[in-house]
Design a protein around this ligand. Structure first.
Ligand SMILES: Cc1cc2nc3c(=O)[nH]c(=O)nc-3n(C[C@H](O)[C@H](O)[C@H](O)COP(=O)(O)O)c2cc1C
Length: 314
C-alpha cells in the first residue's frame, strides 16, 4: 500500500483556505506544496504571500513553500524569509508552462538555459548548506524537447536535491496528453535523488496502472487535479476510504465557501473561486450537468446556494 501522498501546488486553488478545509476534513496527505511565490528585489515575500504561508494559518499540516525565479539572489532572499518563518524545506519551480513566466526565463523557461541553471543551483545549494534548508525541485522534462531531460538529470545529480518531483511533460504539453512515461522511467534509473511521480493520477486504477508500467510501487506520489476532482482519492489510495462520502464533501464545500466569504467580496469574486472548483467537482455528479451549468453562471449567493444545495441533497 502507498505510504506517502503529496498535494501538488495549484495556483488560485490550493491557498490556505482550501488547504485547511481539506486537511481537517479529509487528511491522508503527507506534504502539501504551496503555490509558488515570486520573490523580487524589493520584496522577497509579499504580505499576501506571507498570509498564505504563515504557520498559524497552516497548523497541523506539513507545508512546503515553493519559489519561482531564475535569479539566485531572489531565491536566497525568499528562502531566508521562509527559514525565519520556521520552514525547513523549500521547493524550486522548474515546471510552470505559462507564457509570461517562461518569457522571463522562469519555471519551464529556465530548463533550456543549462549553464545558467547550473550557476543558479550552485548558488542556492551553497546557501542551503549554510542555513540548513532543504531544497527540493519540481521539474518538467524540458522546454522544447523531452530529450533535454538526459542533461537535466546529470545536472540535478551534481547537487544535494532533497527530492526530485518529475512531471513527465514538456512545456508545450501544458497539462494535456499522456505523460511521457519512458522519461520518468529514465529518472527512476538514473537519478541519485529520491524521485516523486506527478501527473494524471485521477483514480486508484490510474495509480495501479502507472505503478505496473514502471514495474515498482510509486511512492511517494504527488496528486493535483485528481485530488481536487475527488477529494477522497488520497484516502482511497491509502485504503482508508472506499467510496466518495457526500457528507464529507458537503462539509468541504461549505468550509471553503464560508472561508472565502470571510476574506473576499463582492459575491461574484467568491463565486469565481467556487466556479473553478466546480469545474473539477462536476465529475462527481453524473446526471447533474444542467444544474452545474446553471451553477457556473450564478451571480449571487442566493442563486448559487439554491442550486448547490439541490445538487448536494440528492
Ligand atoms: C490551475 C493550476 C495551477 C497550478 N499551479 C502550480 C504552481 O503554483 N506550482 C507548480 O509547481 N505547479 C502548478 N501546477 C501544476 C500542478 O502542480 C501539477 O504538476 C499538474 O497539475 C500535474 O499534476 P496532476 O495531473 O496530478 O494535476 C498548476 C496546475 C494547474 C492546473
Amino acid at each position: 500500500m502507498i505510504m506517502k501522498i503529496y498535494f501538488a501546488p495549484l495556483e488560485g486553488i490550493t491557498g490556505y483556505i482550501f488547504r485547511n478545509a481539506y486537511n481537517d476534513i479529509y487528511g491522508h496527505v503527507d506534504k502539501c506544496f504551496a503555490p509558488f511565490i515570486s520573490p523580487s528585489e524589493k520584496c522577497p515575500v509579499t504580505p499576501r504571500e506571507r498570509k498564505d504561508l504563515e504557520p498559524e494559518n497552516n497548523s497541523g499540516m506539513h507545508l512546503v513553500p515553493q519559489i519561482l525565479t531564475c535569479k539566485s539572489n531572489h531565491f536566497i532572499e525568499g528562502a531566508k524569509e521562509l527559514c525565519a518563518m520556521g520552514y525547513k524545506e523549500v521547493n524550486l519551480n522548474l515546471g510552470c508552462p505559462s507564457g509570461t513566466v517562461c518569457a522571463k526565463g522562469k519555471g519551464a523557461g529556465f530548463l533550456p538555459e543549462t549553464l545558467e541553471l547550473q550557476r543558479f543551483l550552485d548558488d542556492i545549494y551553497s546557501y542551503s548548506e549554510s542555513d540548513g534548508m532543504k531544497i527540493s525541485i519540481k521539474t518538467r522534462l524540458g522546454y522544447f524537447n523531452p530529450d533535454e531531460f538526459y542533461d537535466l538529470i546529470d545536472i540535478f545529480n551534481a547537487f544535494p536535491v532533497s527530492e526530485l518531483i518529475v512531471h513527465p511533460r514538456i512545456r508545450s504539453d501544458f497539462y494535456r496528453g499522456e505523460p511521457r512515461k519512458e522519461y520518468f522511467a529514465y529518472a527512476l534509473e538514473h537519478s541519485k535523488h529520491p524521485i516523486v511521480y506527478n501527473g494524471n493520477i485521477f483514480t486508484c486504477k490510474d495509480y495501479e496502472d502507472y505503478s505496473k508500467s514502471f514495474g515498482c510501487t510509486l511512492d511517494p506520489i504527488m496528486l493535483g487535479r485528481g485530488l481536487i476532482s475527488d477529494p477522497s482519492l488520497a484516502g482511497k489510495l491509502k485504503g482508508a476510504e472506499s467510496e466518495t462520502d457526500f457528507v464529507k464533501f458537503r462539509n468541504l464545500h461549505d468550509t471553503i465557501y464560508h472561508g472565502y466569504q470571510k476574506v473576499m467580496s463582492p459575491d461574484i469574486n467568491v463565486l469565481y473561486k467556487m466556479r473553478e472548483l466546480w469545474s473539477y467537482w462536476q465529475s462527481l455528479f453524473d446526471g447533474k450537468e444542467k444544474d452545474i451549468k446553471k451553477l457556473l453562471k450564478a451571480k449571487k449567493y442566493s442563486e448559487y446556494e439554491e442550486i448547490v444545495y439541490r445538487i448536494l441533497q440528492t
